[in-house]
Design a protein around this ligand. Structure first.
Ligand SMILES: NC(=O)c1ccc[n+]([C@@H]2O[C@H](COP(=O)([O-])OP(=O)(O)OC[C@H]3O[C@@H](n4cnc5c(N)ncnc54)[C@H](O)[C@@H]3O)[C@@H](O)[C@H]2O)c1
Length: 250
């Protein structure tokens, strides 16, 4: 897959999925920017990428801050002259069912999972348009496609909004050469769910729903991102791509 010399920004790049995406894209020749709130971890991940010969930068970014987005996009343009791909991947999950969740918690989920995707897209588009195109990849979830009964409703709603934001952006900005697609992983063993996966009931629920009979890996998800970022996907636009072993088939 050809992503050589593309400038790629990954939010949540210090996390379980984001760091593996960064390495996969970097090993395929991309220049990667790790955008994350966790500074120590972000710098550690960035240094590990550099040690592997990957061109990498870290930006401390709160993805809910408009100012942080402006600075991160400016920084990437300053360093490499471009923003070819934006991966809106940072996310959180406050694990409470709707009847136990406060409105403040709901708003936080929406801000981090959906508002961040809106803001990143808002500030990447003018740069992409100026340079003649680009690609945006949004990490949604299987919960952005189905009403997943084991998952908090606020998370499902936030990821469902990401699914439709993706399609709306794909149809409006295709004329500027900008593609926008979403990926929809099922459960992956990352810090996001690691604690929950220690609970045998949670683990067997998550395993039991996968027709292919195993959890997703970060590599599975990174492979999908590599494809959507690549030249080979140049006619793929507005797709909601499950990376779920078949969870959303039934
Ligand atoms: N792990 C799974 O099972 C799974 C399944 C489907 C979808 N997802 C989605 O994949 C994405 C990545 O999840 P992960 O498993 O790597 O989780 P993770 O917890 O390992 O990583 C998430 C990263 O996002 C960062 N982040 C959180 N809030 C932020 C903010 N306000 N500003 C900047 N960075 C912030 C965190 O610091 C962390 O590095 C999330 O959007 C999640 O919803 C995960």
């Amino acid at each position: 897959m050809n992503v050589k010399d593309k400038t790629i920004l990954i939010t949540g790049g210090a996390g379980g999925l984001g760091s593996v995406m960064a390495e996969k894209l970097g090993k395929n020749g991309a220049k990667v920017f790790i955008l994350d709130l966790m500074e120590d971890k972000g710098r550690e991940v960035t240094q590990a990428l550099k040690d592997k010969g990957i061109e990498a930068w870290f930006c401390k970014v709160d993805v809910t801050s408009e100012e942080d987005w402006k600075s991160a996009i400016d920084y990437a343009v300053e360093q490499t002259g471009r923003v070819d791909v934006l991966v809106n991947n940072a996310g959180i999950n406050i694990r409470k069912p709707v009847e136990e969740m406060s409105i403040d918690e709901w708003v936080t989920m929406m801000k981090v999972n959906t508002g961040s995707t809106f803001l990143g897209t808002k500030y990447a588009i003018p740069v992409m348009r100026r340079q003649g195109g680009g690609a945006i990849i949004n990490t949604s979830s299987v919960c952005g496609l189905i009403g997943h009964k084991f998952t908090p409703e606020a998370y499902t709603a936030s990821k469902g909004a990401v699914t439709m934001l993706t399609k709306a952006i794909a149809s409006r900005y295709a004329k500027d050469g900008i593609r926008c697609n979403s990926i929809h992983p099922s459960t992956v063993d990352t810090p996001f769910v690691r604690k929950n996966l220690e609970d045998p009931v949670f683990r067997s629920q998550r395993l039991g729903e996968v027709p292919l009979g195993r959890l997703a890996t970060s590599e599975d998800v990174a492979n999908a991102v590599l494809y959507l970022a690549s030249e080979e996907a140049s006619f793929i636009n507005g797709v909601a791509l499950p990376v779920d072993g078949g969870v959303t088939c039934y």
